[in-house]
Design a binder for this molecule. Structure first.
Ligand code: FE2
Length: 98
């Protein structure tokens, strides 16, 4: 029950999802966990590097740097965590999928 409450609060307050996640998603994800983790790592990398690019391209706007620098750190932290998950399972990052 507590787990279900936490999931519902997360769905409503943090993710603003309109519908609950289909529990069958877990089974599908487990069928290709390596692909999902690798894709996730690249998503985190893109989030961090996109913020860095915005900071550099809009260097005349200090507000951009102020807002996005913490986001770079946060997203890079996510990248590190996903890389730890990959490593723990004996997977490697591999090339980005296009
Ligand atoms: Fe992230």
């Amino acid at each position: 029950m507590a787990q279900q409450d936490w999931q519902e609060r997360t769905r409503q307050q943090m993710l603003h999802l309109q519908l609950p996640t289909d529990p069958r998603w877990v089974d599908v994800a487990l069928m290709s966990l390596e692909d999902i983790l690798v894709d996730h790592a690249y998503c985190e990398q893109k989030a961090a590097t996109s913020c860095i690019s915005l900071i550099i391209n809009f260097h005349d706007f200090p507000e951009v740097e102020e807002v996005l620098t913490p986001v770079v750190a946060e997203e890079w932290g996510h990248f590190e965590r996903v890389m730890e998950k990959l490593k723990a399972r004996g997977f490697r990052l591999g090339a980005a999928q296009r």
